[in-house]
Design a protein around this ligand. Structure first.
Ligand SMILES: Nc1ncnc2c1ncn2[C@@H]1O[C@H](COP(=O)(O)OP(=O)(O)OP(=O)(O)O)[C@@H](O)[C@H]1O
Length: 215
């Protein structure tokens, strides 16, 4: 099991509980779509799964490591070696070219593989854009760079929070199709937060959050 979430609860200070006993699991290479109304806790759960934040009770085991026993430093180390993230905001580094952005995280993690980065660049249709800066790209192109950057380090788990939320329908469909092809071919597991039933239907597993639980 790559990711196991067991009876997890989470309350932000001064607020009512967001997650109230959530359990789900994901095998290596599996894809999971998480849906739920706005404010139901989808991003919160995704952040917990990626060791980005702490939780109150229950357990999350990522790549065999129970997260409850880790402090911020331990969580950061696990994240760097195993997890990649793609958000609605593309979060590219503005002062780096497309080519430099693509290899940035893989280099940081000591896992830069030029042949794989080259393949990603080609398959994402970014070959002619590697010398440009993020501000010189369309939204769809920027998100393709963000996906390439995320997968360049060959993570075990890709966490994607509404990755096509800022794109129009055509760009959104193209980016989603590329992301799904790439995660399947590279054996990366995908935990995807989406509002789209059509996208959710294409993944292996589905979970729906309601009232702080998986419905
Ligand atoms: N850092 C925080 N501090 C306090 N409350 C927070 C924090 N982050 C989220 N919340 C609250 O927790 C609840 C769940 O938020 P979350 O972002 O996980 O929902 P979501 O399902 O991803 O929503 P959306 O679909 O609108 O992005 C909301 O009521 C939100 O206001």
């Amino acid at each position: 099991m790559l990711l196991q979430i067991e009876d997890v609860t989470k309350t932000y200070p001064g607020a009512r509980p967001v997650l109230q006993g959530v359990s789900l699991s994901l095998d290596a290479g599996q894809t999971l779509a998480l849906t739920g109304e706005s404010g139901s806790g989808k991003s919160t759960l995704l952040h917990l799964a990626g060791a980005l934040d702490s939780f109150d009770s229950g357990e999350i085991t990522l790549c065999g490591t129970p997260l409850s026993g880790l402090d911020d430093t331990g969580r950061a180390a696990l994240r760097r070696s195993r997890v990649a993230l793609v958000f609605q905001q593309f979060n590219l580094i503005p002062s780096l070219t497309v080519g430099q952005n693509l290899s940035f995280h893989a280099r940081l993690a000591g896992r830069h593989d030029p042949a794989w980065t080259h393949e990603l660049t080609d398959r994402l249709g970014l070959g002619d854009l590697t010398g440009r800066y993020p501000e010189q790209l369309s939204g769809g192109q920027q998100q393709r760079v963000a996906i390439g950057r995320a997968l360049a380090a060959r993570p075990d788990l890709l966490l994607a929070d509404e990755p096509t939320g800022n794109l129009d329908e055509t760009a959104s469909a193209a980016v989603m199709a590329l992301m799904l092809d790439l995660v399947r071919d590279s054996g990366t597991a995908l935990f995807l937060v989406t509002h789209s039933e059509r996208v959710a239907a294409r993944l292996d597993l589905r979970a729906h959050l309601r009232g702080g639980r998986i419905a």
